[in-house]
Design a protein around this ligand. Structure first.
Ligand SMILES: C[S@@+](CC[C@H](N)C(=O)[O-])C[C@H]1O[C@@H](n2cnc3c(N)ncnc32)[C@H](O)[C@@H]1O
Length: 207
């Protein structure tokens, strides 16, 4: 999708033919066949070597997955949740639409009486991990597994994410479970912005 879409890297800001070069860029993008690209990539996925382990893939909220799978002391849960609310608006809505194939209504700004500048599907999926009001409860439910089943839990996060790292300490105290935080510096892409950012990435291990 990122190759075929005629937008900047964050997939909501569509390119406008404001000068010769951007017009040319749009023409080149529109020339790409979405169907051919999908077929080509599916063939490439098929060529990928697997390591022979049977895997189950679920398409649902993590809380439903936790109810479906057996979790015990030998289980390691690894969560790489969205770090920002943008992950579920700017990046994934095109993928959702590609899968749903449903010609959605666009988001509308009632004050300006027009579609929003960013092109998004209406009622797009927003993860609890991307909502300030729900992110703490989402991590609470995830970390609670360690208390309930004795499993290990590893979480990837960053110091620029919507939730402050101190909350993971609070959960450790609340559930009285062991926790370690490892940190290291990484370069995050500016996602369409002209700058890349150095951020601190965390690997938080409970249990
Ligand atoms: C940063 S991506 C993970 C990327 C992955 N680790 C990789 O390397 O390809 C975040 C993932 O979390 C999933 N996700 C977000 N909210 C979720 C939720 N409430 N329940 C289950 N999965 C969720 C998204 O579908 C997305 O695949």
């Amino acid at each position: 999708m990122t190759f075929c879409v005629s937008s900047t890297t964050h997939l909501a800001q569509y390119l406008k033919p404001s000068n010769f070069n951007t017009s040319l860029n749009i023409i080149m993008k529109r020339k790409i066949s979405v169907i051919d690209s999908v077929i080509e990539n599916l063939i490439n996925i098929k060529k990928t070597k697997t390591i022979g382990i049977k895997a189950n893939i679920y398409n649902c909220d993590f809380r439903d997955i936790l109810k479906k799978i057996e979790i015990n002391k030998t289980t390691l849960i690894y969560a790489d949740p969205p770090y920002f609310k943008e992950h579920y608006s700017r990046y994934y809505h095109v993928l959702d639409t590609f899968l749903f194939y449903d010609y959605p209504e666009l988001t509308y700004n009632p004050r300006l009486k027009t579609t929003t500048t960013g092109r998004y599907r209406n009622n797009r999926i927003v993860s609890d991990f991307g909502k300030k009001s729900l992110v703490k409860k989402a991590f609470f439910d995830l970390v609670q597994t360690v208390k309930l089943y004795g499993n290990k839990l590893a979480i990837s996060y960053a110091n620029t994410s919507i939730l402050d790292i101190d909350y993971f300490d609070e959960l450790k105290t609340e559930f009285k479970i062991p926790m370690k935080i490892y940190d290291f510096e990484l370069m995050h892409s500016g996602q369409g912005q002209p700058r890349n950012k150095i951020v601190k990435e965390y690997l938080i291990i409970y249990g």
